[in-house]
Design a protein around this ligand. Sequence first.
Ligand code: AMP
Length: 563
Amino acid sequence: MIVGIDLGTTHSLVGRYGESGPELFRNALGEYLTPSVVSVGDDEQIIVGQAARDRLISHPALSVASFKRWMGASREVRLGTRSFRPEELSALVLRSLIADAEAALGEKVQEAVISVPAYFSDTQRKATRAAGELAGIRVERLINEPTAAALAYGLQERSDHSRVLVFDLGGGTFDVSILELFDGVIEVHASAGDNYLGGEDFLDLLQAACLAEHKLDAKSLAPQELGVLRRRLEAVKRELSQQGEVEFTCQLGEQTIAWKIDQDRFLQMADPLMQRMRAPLERAMRDAKLQPAQLDEIVLVGGASRMPLVSRLIARMFGKLPLRHVNPDQAIGLGACVAAGMKRRDAKLEEIVLTDVCPYTLGVEVGHRDAQGHVQSGLFSPLIQRNSVVPISREGTYGPMHERQATLMLNVYQGESPLVAHNIKLGQLEIPLNPTRPIGENQVSVRFTYDINGVLQVEATALSSEARYELVLEQNPGALSEAEIRARLAALSGLKIHPREKQENLALLARAERMYEEHLDARPLLQQWIMQFRQSLESQDERMIGEHRHNFVRAMDELEEQL
Ligand code: AMP
């Protein structure tokens, strides 16, 4: 079975293409959205999802969120006694999603289509594939998130030729794509974005303003207190999408803080972020050579696109209001399911050909000999231009700079600067030359092939000998090697994962412990409830546990309402 997965910064979704179209699966708690949060619990058990998100507050040192931001970076985070790479944390989220899919389907899931931001680099895409391998599935393909969004909106079914801008503001990433739709074909014409801009930055703004107003410093707060504040401000941010003014009070240690914020003030604070959002929008339009009036539709995706300031910015820039028939939190997940259906060659989708673009310019380092005969090295010679439709193959010819040069070092880069020093080095290939031949006969033909999965293949042929050399870009900084993946897979298989059937109980305890952290007044009561529920769990009497759980949920709902 093949599933579609949206592996998001704040939450993830899984589903499949069923009889009547894309359908999402619910997790063990009955929700479609699984928070992309991992926590290490008692007995070193791994906890994923809502319980882990509650534990960000009650057990901050044992819990981690937003790790999608570090995909492709060689960074580790320590949780208890063990360190985790971002690929491993993502793999734990994937495993949890797959368990939910398998529970819903009653069969094994072997393959998945996973969505990634259009702006993800090769290294980040490789890290996502590695996460899939670590989760024990074959990543059949990676699909760009905006392309998935278009599939979810059914835009491929339009009969007329149209141009669509997909505006995706998620928790941690911002993506803009311009799609062209014609004759059942979707073509991504341009993509731009910011890997470090999302809903969380707006939350950071609220946090900074609130702390400043109360003359508090984030560093002087305990991690628990900061967690409580952020959770409350997250609710404030969401309410601001519904109403003009929001008031709240929050208990920070001994101190009670009260704060009021209105839409105008929020808009003012957010102005620098709005300016940052403009840049990728303008760049994508420029790359696609489009004027605002030529856009037929604008589609909003990602939870943070619910903020009224987003529609405002769009109306100002493009003179029209965006479309929103699909839940912006689910659009990418549903689109990944459609893509999974395409993989299964579902007849209804056979018409569609997906074409994506290469997000960066790819090329090689060259030197230049000036009029005085001096060689200037470190110049970037592009072979595949940014935003070329993929798959794409381009060839160029390069030669030695000096007579009797024995080898040609082909340095492969990605980036937009004319100087390689400002671009990212992807790898190198050493090509032996024949030093007895003159420069003109020692040329090397270089072919770059960039495929739909963002994999770059470099082939070089020395024209003097016809010898062929190929480069496999596995030494990317931050990417795990095959051997490392195998080692990490073995280590992960030793981890104890919290059993799925006990997740409801766990989530309930995590929620109660989170509330215990947040509400000093309610502590004695909550402590008593937690102890009683733990005792009931120890009894292993499923009927009694079920009844107790039911009452506990009701009591906590009432308490939370009161507070
Ligand atoms: P995603 O990556 O799509 O899960 O994005 C989640 C982001 O959307 C988080 O930063 C949320 O704070 C934000 N978000 C969700 N709902 C709303 C809302 N109603 N108003 C403002 N932001 C929201």
